[in-house]
Design a protein around this ligand. Structure first.
Ligand SMILES: Cc1cc2nc3c(=O)[nH]c(=O)nc-3n(C[C@H](O)[C@H](O)[C@H](O)COP(=O)(O)OP(=O)(O)OC[C@H]3O[C@@H](n4cnc5c(N)ncnc54)[C@H](O)[C@@H]3O)c2cc1C
Length: 560
């Protein structure tokens, strides 16, 4: 076993600031920071949210959502050529022929595969890494569902709409909140173990922007518990799964409907043609694009692949210019930069305070507002560049999340009981979050928008269904905590069921990659350099020095 680190990780200047945090703690225990008015929220978002930074959102110049804005990092993968030579690629050899192809092995993909199979379809699930290597596995805080007497789907609906700035597509929100109790029963039947009271009822807590306590959790590893259940179920039901196999292009047939995908085995470097009557894209998010240089909470495979594939096939986007930065990403010590500190920490009573030990925002405002307030707090306030936040040893900004307040409010042992994974994450770096506050800063977490879907989870391209983080519309321009785990299951289930149903009446014509050729033509017209390829598949963290040293070395593909 690796020895426990013994040195105090906090340098002296941080310890000094922490003294001010502890000095103000007993006063703050009784203090509730006033909530912002609607106008104040709007002002802080406009002034400090990264989505509003000048020049960071750019117009897409090609494709079906031409003219809409996206982060420049997303534009870079959209305005890029296919990894395939679409003209020369042989579509004559069909390697897999199924009713429903599911792309992505996270929560949405697994739910879709289960429901499609249950509806009688033959299903193939292809996923980039291993089944369950996904953002779903990493989710901590919980899942929302209005399934208690003090609550109702109507209240849930109003909270979702308010959180999303009323930009949400109402029919999607309706589906989300009405299916939520059904999803909870489904998970319970499959064996997911959420926290319960002794009388057998669910423990529920608040999340940012919720008017009722409706967050259901399995301690602080809710996603792992859900993913464990779904993955077991996919395996137990014998659904065919291809691991380390990424979709790199969608296929259409000669009538223009989606008809499967070209798959690429990342270990053997083989390509496979999968003909499918219907296809579900469930490839998750874009965190690994590191928009505006932010660190990220996301898993390694979150490189926006599904967005690229669907967009090339002419499925429109919605709200791709709304990125969610989770307010509390760990920013110190450096080895855990970007990792999530769940909202549940604030839900349990930890306040956000600046270097001087003062609160500056109500801790459970919506994520976009809290992130903006933290960013504001770290901006220089005088000509000497002093700010109310702190600088880390690597030059990052941060403010304190006063985690010792949790046990002062709820009693000794609460952190280890409610947040065991978080406690261990910090303990590994020799920080005891029950005794010392932790330093945090916003981290890229989620894309609020995505490929536009309807309440059946169908995209703007016939026979292409999209579920989970790759889809857009349900959360408007800002998702509330706990509504993504819900969304992936609600729309994953709907996608699987509807894809299976549509497959029953679908006849596939001749396969084509003509849409890719047409997209290439647009790119060439714009003068895009031919060496820009996407989907990215995996992020490239090589330094310029490493790249230089690799020059002239035999590339991986040249092994044989
Ligand atoms: C650290 C963390 C904590 C979170 N906590 C919460 C929470 O408490 N509550 C909540 O509601 N939400 C939470 N979220 C958000 C939520 O977990 C995710 O949005 C959601 O799980 C996404 O599910 P998904 O199935 O859409 O995508 P994922 O779970 O990411 O799955 C996508 C899958 O697709 C695969 N894939 C990607 N590209 C390809 C390709 N080209 N071909 C084949 N496969 C591909 C990926 O490898 C992955 O397996 C959290 C997210 C993170 C990162």
């Amino acid at each position: 076993m690796a020895p426990e680190p013994t040195q105090d990780p906090y340098p002296e200047y941080m310890r000094k600031s922490m003294e001010q945090v502890s000095a103000s703690r007993s006063r703050r225990m009784a203090e509730e920071f006033p909530r912002l008015t609607a106008d104040q929220k709007s002002d802080i978002l406009k002034s400090f949210h990264p989505d509003h930074r000048a020049g960071k959102m750019v117009e897409i110049k090609v494709g079906v959502s031409k003219g809409e804005k996206v982060p420049e990092e997303v534009e870079a993968v959209l305005q890029a050529y296919s990894r395939l030579d679409a003209k020369a690629f042989d579509l004559g050899r069909i390697d897999f022929d199924v009713d429903v192809l599911v792309i992505g092995g996270g929560g949405a993909g697994s739910a879709a595969a289960l429901m499609a199979q249950e509806a009688g379809a033959t299903v193939l699930l292809a996923t980039k890494l291993r089944l369950g290597d996904a953002n779903t596995m990493m989710a901590q805080g919980g899942i929302q569902a209005a399934d208690k007497d003090h609550d109702s789907p109507t209240r849930h609906y109003l909270d979702v709409m308010g959180g999303g700035g009323y930009h949400n597509l109402p029919e999607l929100v309706r589906a989300l909140v009405l299916d939520a109790p059904v999803v909870m029963d489904w998970l319970q039947d499959l064996g997911t173990m959420f926290d319960k009271r002794e009388n057998g009822t669910y423990v529920t807590i608040h999340g940012g922007g919720t008017s009722r306590k409706r967050m259901h959790a399995a301690r602080d590893y809710s996603g792992a518990e859900i993913m464990r259940t779904l993955r077991d179920e996919v395996r137990n039901r014998g659904i065919q799964v291809l691991e380390f196999t990424s979709a790199i292009e969608l296929l259409k047939d000669d009538q223009g409907k989606c008809a499967g995908a070209v798959l690429y085995n990342m270990e053997t470097e083989e390509h496979f043609v999968c003909r499918a009557k219907t296809t579900v894209v469930a490839t998750g998010g874009a965190g690994r694009l590191h928009v505006q240089g932010f660190p990220t909470t996301n898993h390694y495979g979150a490189t926006a692949d599904g967005l690229v594939l669907a967009y090339r096939a002419r499925a429109p986007f919605i709200y791709m210019d709304a990125i969610q930065y989770h307010p509390t990403g760990s920013i110190f010590p450096a080895q855990i930069e970007g990792l999530l500190v769940t909202e549940k920490v604030r839900g349990l009573g930890a306040q956000l305070v600046n270097a001087g030990g003062e609160q500056f925002i109500f801790p459970l405002e919506t994520r976009d507002v809290v992130s903006s307030a933290i960013i504001r707090e770290c901006k220089p306030v005088d000509e000497k560049g002093r700010a109310k936040g702190l600088k880390t040893l690597t030059g990052r900004d941060g403010v304190w999340l006063d985690s010792p307040m949790i046990e002062l409010k709820h009693g000794a042992g609460t952190v280890q009981k409610e947040l065991p994974a978080m406690f261990r994450q910090y303990k590994r770096t020799n920080i005891d979050m029950t005794k010392d506050p932790i330093l945090i800063y916003p981290t890229q977490h989620y894309q609020n928008g995505g490929i536009r879907i309807d309440a059946d989870a169908e995209s703007g391209l016939a026979n292409l269904y999209v579920a989970g983080e790759a889809s857009g519309g349900v959360h408007g321009r800002n998702r509330l905590m706990g509504n993504s785990l819900l969304d992936i299951l609600v729309f994953g289930r709907r996608a699987g069921k509807n894809a299976a149903e549509r497959a029953r009446t679908t006849k596939i014509g001749a396969l084509t990659l003509g849409h890719v050729e047409a997209y290439h033509k647009e790119l060439r017209g714009l003068g895009v350099a031919p060496d820009r390829l996407s989907p990215m598949l995996l992020p490239d963290y090589r330094t310029p020095g490493t790249k230089e040293r690799q020059k002239g070395q035999v590339p991986l593909a040249g092994r044989v």
